[in-house]
Design a protein around this ligand. Structure first.
Ligand code: BGP
Length: 496
């Protein structure tokens, strides 16, 4: 390559967008579906992220106990379940080459432990996947986007229980078989590396007391989380195995929240440099196991010193080694700064360290995620250097609080700018040698936010008239960014 201008996005680059079943479908108890863990999570208001569960002394188990003062917007969401044709038509109009969603596990196996799948649930995805393909897009499917069936938590205790491995394998085999030849890109667990910081959502780990979905967790030990991770790693390898056996043309990726990899040390203090390295290892740990096929050396010290080594069954290590993932799917929203003096908080956007004075822009309050497009290139390069695998940014975007103007239009230049800056840096990453499969914008149509359960935090190119109190007509309309992304895709990333 003579200069950077000669680099182009490859032909067939998968431009598109991504959503998750639990954030867009609604119809939370329709056609046989039962609740999944997110259905009790996303309630707006103070205490918004504490699971709507109560301990039942009589049965000695958790049971669903939704809080009456909350609006669980995800229960109806944007009614994608009934309006997906109209919604996909917008994606088609923008020229999407790929559309990512998840198959809601609790539609297929409502409790999670049944022997036979729920045919009604499968029928919905038959139609949805056919429609995605008919609209000229590749379906990119996440097997579990924070969507473990609730029953597997209340009855079995969540992913700390090894039995979930078999339940997940059955679910994976059922849908891979059903959609073979149609779905080429799969991913196992959304943002699996959030198991430590959002352990209920990401790993279905629950203790003896209700707790907020962030550390420290009452009654949950580090060993519990490592155990849940190990079980999910085994389940991940079994899904890779199922994919190779059933549909060898298809690819099974991992999905991690890798905003955390763009964590910079505050200064050249070696303590901050090494602290940053250790902080990043909490995320690397997941791809180190799933993409390299073995537990990394550094984790054995943690297990030894903190007495938290998970139990493994004979054959597990061989399975992890034999079935590693084909590509790395990841989300990127923001970067962070590590300081040994500050605690590293977390939200769905990634890590929250100390303020970075070099970054002048951020998403609006109250979210205020710093905007760092160079951090995106940094993450792509780090992943490529470490694993030499194809990488797929399957979530990138900016959440804004928006209202239509007097003409019913939404002008969102910040979104267009965020998009352009990130696409520019992604092109640099390709010039750096990264093998990038495509680019999926998070939430191309407004959906319920994962972190706060709001409608107010909007990522879409398409506006949806629904509000935090549950009101709204659900009418869809295009924002200015709609035409902008359409132009970006039509020019294969050349016109920004
Ligand atoms: C990721 C999740 C998505 C999504 C996104 C934005 O962590 O995979 O489900 O919602 O973050 O986060 P939020 O919705 O909290 O703004």
């Amino acid at each position: 390559m003579d200069n950077k201008n000669s680099v182009k996005f490859p032909e067939g680059f998968l431009w598109g967008g991504a959503v998750a079943a639990n954030q867009c479908e609604g119809a939370w108890l329709e056609d046989g579906k039962l609740p999944n863990l997110t259905d009790v999570m996303v309630g707006i208001g103070a205490d918004g992220k504490t699971p709507g569960l109560a301990w039942d002394e009589e049965s000695g188990k958790w049971k669903m106990a939704l809080k009456e003062d909350k609006v669980y917007l995800s229960h109806d969401a944007i009614d994608f379940y009934h309006r997906y044709k109209e919604d996909l038509a917008y994606m088609k109009e923008m020229g999407f080459k790929a559309f990512r969603t998840s198959i809601s596990w609790a539609r297929i196996f409502p409790r999670g432990d049944e022997d036979t799948p729920n045919e009604k649930g499968l029928e919905f995805y038959d139609h949805l996947i056919d429609e995605i393909i008919a609209d000229g897009m590749e379906p990119v499917i996440t097997l579990s986007h924070y969507e473990t069936p609730l029953y597997l938590i209340t009855e079995y205790g969540g992913w700390t229980n090894r039995k979930l491995v078999g339940f997940f394998e059955k679910f994976a085999r059922t849908v891979i078989e059903r959609y073979k030849g149609k779905v080429k890109y799969w991913m196992t667990f959304n943002e699996i590396n959030n198991a430590f910081k959002l352990s209920f959502a990401a790993a279905g780990v629950i203790g003896k007391h209700p707790h907020k979905d962030s550390l420290p967790l009452d009654g949950v030990t580090k060993k519990d989380i490592y155990q849940a991770c190990h079980n999910m790693f085994v389940a991940n390898s079994l899904a890779v195995k199922a994919c190779r056996e059933i549909d060898p043309q298809a690819k099974m990726g991992v999905m991690c929240s890798f905003s955390t990899i763009a964590t910079y040390p505050l200064n050249c203090d070696p303590e901050n440099a090494f602290g940053t390295l250790e902080f990043k290892r909490v995320s690397w740990f997941f791809t180190d196991v799933m993409c390299r096929g073995h537990y990394p050396a550094y984790v054995y010290r943690i297990w030894r010193e903190e007495d938290c080594e998970p139990e493994m069954e004979p054959g597990d290590k061989e399975l992890l080694a034999a079935y590693t993932n084909d590509y790395i799917g990841f989300s990127y929203y923001r970067s962070a700064v590590y300081s040994k003096e500050a605690s590293m908080g977390a939200d769905t956007g990634g890590a929250q360290g100390v303020h970075n004075p070099y970054l002048t822009k951020s998403s609006p309050a109250p979210w205020s995620w710093p905007i760092d497009a160079k951090g995106f290139r940094y993450v792509c390069n780090e992943l490529t250097d470490r694993y030499e695998l194809p990488i797929f940014p399957v979530e990138n975007g900016i959440g804004l609080d928006e209202q239509p103007d007097e003409n019913g239009r939404i002008h969102d230049p910040e979104r267009c700018e965020y998009l352009a800056d990130h696409v520019r840096e992604m092109k640099e990453a390709i010039a750096d040698g990264c093998d990038i499969m495509g680019y999926l914008w998070w939430g191309p149509i407004d959906i319920v936010s994962a972190g706060t359960g709001e409608m107010k935090k909007r990522y879409g190119f398409v506006y949806v008239d629904r509000h935090n109190d549950g009101s709204g007509t659900l009418k869809r309309s295009k924002k200015d960014s709609f035409e902008y992304y359409k132009k970006v895709i039509a020019s294969n990333g050349e016109e920004l």
